[in-house]
Design a protein around this ligand. Sequence first.
Ligand SMILES: CC(C)(COP(=O)(O)OP(=O)(O)OC[C@H]1O[C@@H](n2cnc3c(N)ncnc32)[C@H](O)[C@@H]1OP(=O)(O)O)[C@@H](O)C(=O)NCCC(=O)NCCS
Length: 145
Amino acid sequence: MMIIDTLKKQYTDGIDTINRASFSHPWSKALIEQDIDNPNCFYAVGVEENEVIGYAGMTVIAGEANITNIATHPDRRREGIGKKLLSQLIDICKENDFLLITLEVRRSNIAAVALYESLGFKIEGERKKYYSDNGEDALIMTMSF
Ligand SMILES: CC(C)(COP(=O)(O)OP(=O)(O)OC[C@H]1O[C@@H](n2cnc3c(N)ncnc32)[C@H](O)[C@@H]1OP(=O)(O)O)[C@@H](O)C(=O)NCCC(=O)NCCS
């Protein structure tokens, strides 16, 4: 059974493995480690039998949360893990009276857009050629409370 924990040093290797398997330009492990002691960063780490199976992270500035990363281990997708982790971040926003959650997502990332829409995020706008690696547009999605 999956438990959801906050970001801890012991999880950074597992997160790094998932990032490398999930992103063409993954965050470095050092970047993730920096978030451990950052009071503006909130993570939901999905752990099963001491293994990280997914995680989601957000940074909050002036009551506005930005989802910085979310990924599920490639072997464990479509089991509802991403949805549970993102729901946990949404709950944290509600508990802390944060006003808004925003995120950017590649237009071609059908899975992520569907996940966000399934939780009530709306497409608010787009940033043309936002991703420098392939010139892809970003969709800006938001949820306000
Ligand atoms: C996006 C991602 C995090 C989704 O994680 P997941 O754990 O597989 O998602 P869930 O199982 O919780 O899916 C929840 C809902 O999202 C939608 N969804 C998820 N994956 C989908 C896919 N491949 N195609 C269509 N819809 C999808 C569905 O509505 C799904 O509900 P359902 O399974 O009941 O139909 C995962 O695909 C991933 O890690 N991708 C690579 C990293 C990435 O692109 N992250 C986002 C950008 S930062």
